[in-house]
Design a protein around this ligand. Structure first.
Ligand SMILES: [Cu+2]
Length: 332
């Protein structure tokens, strides 16, 4: 049988490969790699990650959709193009698991030796604006500042390694702008914390994890804490402008990948609680936006395709369920 290394799947340029490839059970995963939280990593590890993340913003586009696009822009574009088909249904979790892996591989192609890292926003929910991820030297820089952006874009991020990065896309439209954030500011009178930290507390996330059915868990996580972090970072109350982490091009903000690695980690934690959850996958496909509301799509299956829109080869859901499989081989 032809052996296809998983890295080939990620690069997405091996034209002889079928468009989707089942790689399960070809090897074993004897020593899974540990994905760390940003605040657990050493300063050297954080700087190495940031160096590679900056490198991704300077590498040429793989998709070739626009002469000014970089590889990082490709991630935003792919996510924006596929938006409707990768959110608000069962496929949300495996699709983003694969997407984070494609990015992790891009970091490694930039010389990074480590793994994807996560922002544990549950641990930081009491005071999210003070989280280590926002450090100007050992993190991703802080909130947007001043008035130097245009149109609907929130103020630019003026510190940290991405202050000169100018994402090309807003949604799927070409609209180059400075990387921007607009943190929501909590109202202490209502126990509203900044960055909507009151919506992803340990209590709330523990409650999300009590859902025993896959798609109930997925839905509670996606529309609850996951969405709150997107909005908390990028939809500052009252300024009428939005930061990069809200539109469908949200991978524009490199913090996206730490946010989604945390989402992946919470799924992993949920899976660890019961062996039968490794392959627990149920729910329904979404119908096109113009379909009558009462109709639902066909049931999802483990053999459904995960499209990467040309950024990497398409995958199959079953290849992204078990982080201890040979092709994933990581843990938290
Ligand atoms: Cu997404």
């Amino acid at each position: 049988m032809l052996f296809i290394p998983f890295t080939a799947l990620l690069v997405g340029v091996v034209s002889a490969l079928p468009s989707s490839t089942n790689l399960a059970a070809r090897q074993t995963c004897s020593s899974p790699r540990l994905r760390k939280g940003w605040s657990q990593a050493t300063v050297e590890e954080r700087l190495a990650y940031l160096d590679a993340a900056v490198c991704v913003t300077k590498k040429p586009s793989r998709l070739g959709k626009h002469p000014n696009a970089t590889l990082h822009d490709d991630f935003a574009y792919t996510h924006a193009m596929l938006d409707y088909g990768i959110h608000q249904f069962a496929g949300f979790l495996p699709w983003h698991r694969y997407f984070v892996m494609v990015y992790e591989k891009a970091l490694q192609d930039c010389g990074y030796k480590g793994t994807a890292m996560y922002w544990d926003w549950v641990a930081d929910s009491g005071n999210p604006s003070k989280a280590a991820v926002w450090d100007p030297v050992t993190g991703f820089g802080g909130n947007g500042q001043g008035t130097g952006n245009h149109g609907n874009h929130a103020p630019p991020v003026i510190d940290g390694p991405f202050k000169d990065y100018r994402p090309l896309y807003a949604g799927t439209s070409v609209d180059q702008h400075s990387l921007c954030r607009a943190w929501s500011r909590g109202n202490p009178d209502n126990d509203d914390r900044d960055l909507f930290g009151h919506r992803y507390t340990p209590e709330i996330v523990a409650d999300v994890l009590t859902n025993s059915r896959y798609d109930d868990f997925r839905s509670a996580l996606e529309s609850g804490p996951h969405a709150a972090v997107h909005f908390g970072v990028a939809i500052g109350s009252g300024i009428g402008k939005i930061g990069d982490l809200v539109p469908s091009s949200s991978p524009n903000d490199p913090i996206f990948f730490l946010h989604h690695t945390q989402v992946d980690r919470l799924w992993w934690i949920w899976q660890q609680a019961d062996k039968s959850r490794t392959n627990a996958y149920e729910g329904f496909h979404r119908l096109p936006p113009n379909a009558p509301e009462e109709e639902q799509g066909p049931p999802v299956t483990l053999s459904d395709t995960l499209s990467m829109g040309g950024l990497a080869l398409d995958g199959i859901v079953s290849d992204f369920m078990d982080t201890n499989s040979a092709n994933l081989c990581y843990e938290y």
